[in-house]
Write a protein that binds this ligand. Structure first.
Ligand code: FIX
Ligand code: ZN
Length: 444
């Protein structure tokens, strides 16, 4: 029976049905920076094995030293009071204590990143009103990392975690090269992330050559073949479900003819990446608008946003109508135009409220606009979690907002005299929390 033919419900039931469906629907999180314990973990917990360059970050000290909070603490204790190099010399625990003292005790922890730590602690059954993180630390030390992943996925109701596997990152690449099974944890799926290939071809070509994929700056036919083989080999190693890139606000398609690096990037896009995606029936994800290291001393916290060019995305969707594109943009100012672009191209799937627009006021604004313009054909959120436990707060906070907007929208539908059926509302939630992502991966 099609969803619209099942019995309709009255408006008072809409809230109950939507809240229950949003709570119950397990999420497929399409973009995170999370990894299974096979990638090494900075906190041993019960496993007893910690790896200082481990890629699985979890526990209260990682939560408190999230780069969002490093940036925020430097607003209240500026660098002339605590020089950056002094902060970076501190232990993780010392950094966490500094952030706890200044953002949670001496000031009200009401920013989204601060609130997120408290929501996570609360949902784990710990007491957010504890005066220090010390009791929480003891609790985390008793957790086994792999069991804890199951626990966090259960509490956050996330059924699949999509990684970001940056093949040009030495730590990441060497872990794959030393043990191909590193990515075999069924709770995680891989994504081949290739920023340097697009953003700095000359440097990338030298690295490809050193890895046995002979390529040169001129990007002749043999270099193109090498680069395609490089992508195919890593797609196979990782069993990656899509290829991704993060691009600066200055990204343009077609590229500025006077910018050799940008022109090389365009050639890589047109002659390497998109043909390989098409032959493998894989989407290409573009995350556009991050200006890297505007304050390098904040390290990962030093990136910021810039207004990007949506017409470049339009140009790609039109020129490569056989390819599928995920796209999210970092600037609030780009959201409406990107939404309208998605109305024009079925091969464009808009996703998430990324990074600096991943805040309740903007998630609500953007989700309302997307439903009004795109109906149910978009992906409202991804977590972008860098610390495993963040799945709990990022999805708790977003579920509340997605439910609130859907209740309003289904209520407005009912106001026309055509009330949504329970199945229609539940199907919409299923599409938004994972179905649209999985369907777009398959091209269905
Ligand atoms: O490029 C990206 O994947 C960004 O999401 C990250 O670099 C960024 O640091 C982040 O985690 C934002 O939430
Ligand atoms: Zn990210």
């Amino acid at each position: 029976m099609s969803p619209s033919s099942s019995p309709q419900v009255d408006k008072s039931q809409i809230e109950r049905i939507v809240r229950a469906a949003v709570e119950r629907e397990a999420v497929v999180d399409m973009h995170t920076h999370l990894y299974p314990p096979t990638f090494g973990t900075t906190l041993a917990g019960k496993s007893g094995k910690s790896d200082p360059s481990g890629m699985l970050l979890w526990g209260i000290d990682e939560l408190l030293t999230y780069h969002y909070l490093v940036a925020e603490v430097y607003r209240v204790v500026p660098a002339h009071k605590l020089p950056y190099e002094q902060f970076w010399k501190m232990s993780k625990r010392q950094q966490a204590d500094h952030i706890w003292k200044n953002l949670f005790i001496e000031r009200a922890p009401i920013s989204e990143a601060c609130r997120g730590v408290l929501t996570t602690i609360q949902k784990l059954g710990l007491d957010p009103s504890d005066p220090t993180p010390d009791g929480w630390r003891k609790w985390f030390d008793q957790q086994d990392p792999s069991d804890y992943i199951d626990r966090v996925m259960k509490v956050s109701n996330v059924k699949s975690i999509t990684m970001t596997n940056a093949v040009f990152d030495d730590n990441e690449r060497e872990r794959w090269n030393s043990n191909l099974r590193v990515g075999s944890d069924p709770r995680f799926t891989a994504v081949l992330r290739i920023d340097p290939l697009l953003r700095d071809w000359p440097t990338a070509a030298k690295k490809l050559s050193s890895w046995g994929y002979a390529a040169d700056e001129k990007l002749g036919a043999s270099s193109i073949e090498s680069a395609k083989k490089f992508l195919r080999d890593w797609l196979d190693k990782m069993k990656a479900v899509y290829i991704a890139v993060s691009l600066p606000p200055e990204f343009r398609y077609p590229a500025d003819p006077n910018d050799a690096i940008a022109r090389a990037g365009q050639a890589v896009l047109e002659q390497v990446i998109l043909p390989v995606c098409a032959e493998r029936n894989l989407p290409f994800a573009m995350m556009i608008g991050s200006k890297l290291r505007v304050n390098p001393q904040l390290r990962d916290g030093g990136d910021m946003v810039g207004k990007a060019d949506v017409q470049s995305v339009v140009g790609l969707c039109r020129a490569f109508s056989g390819n599928r594109f995920f796209c999210t943009m970092l600037a609030r100012e780009n959201q409406h135009e990107l939404c309208v672009a998605a109305r024009k191209f079925g091969n464009l799937m808009v996703f998430g409220c990324w990074w600096f627009v991943n805040n309740p006021s903007l998630i609500e604004e953007i989700t309302r606009m997307r439903i009004e313009l795109l109906g149910t054909s978009f992906i409202p959120q991804h977590s972008d979690a860098r610390v495993l436990d963040q799945l709990i707060y990022k999805w708790e906070h977003s579920r509340q907002i997605i439910a609130k907007v859907l209740i309003d929208k289904f209520g407005e539908m009912a106001g026309t005299g055509r009330t949504p059926s329970q199945q229609q509302m539940e199907e919409t939630v299923r599409l938004m929390l994972g179905g649209n992502f999985e369907n777009f991966l398959k091209g269905s």
